[in-house]
Design a protein around this ligand. Structure first.
Ligand SMILES: Nc1nc2c(c(=O)[nH]1)N[C@@H](CN(C=O)c1ccc(C(=O)N[C@@H](CCC(=O)O)C(=O)O)cc1)CN2
Length: 289
């Protein structure tokens, strides 16, 4: 039987609809949330992602502040824009689109951001708060994956989750979220140094594939009944996305998050959640996490 779809597009649309009401409540109190983005360079994928983030903002009533620098921008020029966004009162939260061009010290840029305005949850203070189980903006892709599973009724408590890939936006941080008491999953983080990836994958109730290696995860690696989320983005010669998960996996798994249409739209929706929650916290409104 073919797996059921973890539909990121529809789930993101539902989240955005809920956020519209919360943004209206903020505006009634005189607070307009504003998302800033800093895009450095000409990468078509990054441009598309940033444009999508601003389209989402328009849909839910969040203001947009867009900053762009050329590929040749220096560390100092990027830092100057980060300082400007830190000081800009219309920008209540912002992101620096990653990856930054070669030669730029990304960690230094992230550290320079005001942690209260870090809408990606990637500032060291916010990652530290996550480790300490304190309230903070949460990394968007991991949080989007959890929300996608939760809203489709896939059980996380007691599940063994195998994550493939150790990048900052997904692999490194998702274990911190999944092993909180509220999720209660057990996590194995695999990477290029893992000796027998297939043996690890066959143990998994849930697989998160974020390696960026086309069709790395094969049907024979998957335990029947597992949930498999494809986060990897590679492109074929026509520019079409090729994920980390082989299409045949859908014949073995119970749940599959496709790529495109799975985790990507959730990343964008959870970014908006971070912006709205930060504005709610600043306005002293109720249950903003
Ligand atoms: N500052 C950040 N940089 C990057 C992040 C991030 O969370 N913060 N994640 C990725 C890129 N990303 C968001 O920025 C992102 C990736 C994919 C999608 C998405 O909606 N994808 C579509 C398909 C799009 C296509 O056809 O190319 C989908 O999956 O349906 C949104 C955001 C790296 N950088």
């Amino acid at each position: 039987m073919t797996a059921q779809i973890l539909d990121g597009k529809a789930t993101a649309a539902a989240i955005k609809s809920e956020l519209t009401t919360r943004v209206e409540a903020l505006k009634a109190r005189g607070v307009t949330p504003g998302l800033g983005t800093l895009l450095v360079g000409e990468d078509p994928g990054s441009k598309w992602y940033v444009a999508g983030k601003h389209r989402d903002c328009a849909q839910v009533g969040i203001a947009s502040i867009q900053r762009e620098l050329p590929e040749t921008a220096t560390q100092e020029e990027i830092e100057a824009v980060v300082r400007e966004l830190n000081d800009n009162p219309e920008c209540t939260g912002y992101i620096v689109q990653l990856p930054l061009p070669k030669g730029i010290d990304t960690n230094r840029i992230l550290e320079l951001m005001d942690p209260a305005k870090d809408a990606d949850g990637l500032h060291p203070t916010n990652l530290g708060r996550l480790v300490l189980n304190e309230t903070a903006a949460l990394p968007c892709t991991p949080n989007g994956i959890i929300e996608l599973l939760r809203r489709h009724g896939v059980e996380l408590g007691g599940a063994h989750v195998v994550v493939v890939g150790r990048g900052i936006t997904v692999g490194r941080s998702i274990g911190l979220l999944l092993t909180r008491k509220s999720e209660n999953a057990t996590v194995t983080l695999c990477h290029t140094g893992t000796r027998d990836l297939s043996a690890q994958l066959r143990q998994a109730d849930i697989v998160v594939a974020a390696a960026g290696v086309p069709h790395l995860i094969k049907p024979e690696d998957i335990k029947p009944g597992a949930a498999v989320l494809d986060v990897g983005v590679s492109r074929d010669e026509n520019g079409k996305i090729v994920g980390d998960v082989h299409p045949g996996v859908a014949e073995v798994a119970d749940w599959v998050a496709p790529n495109p249409g799975g985790v990507g739209p959730m990343t964008r929706a959870l970014l908006l959640v971070n912006v709205v929650e930060a504005a709610e916290r600043a306005a002293g409104i109720g249950n903003a996490g």
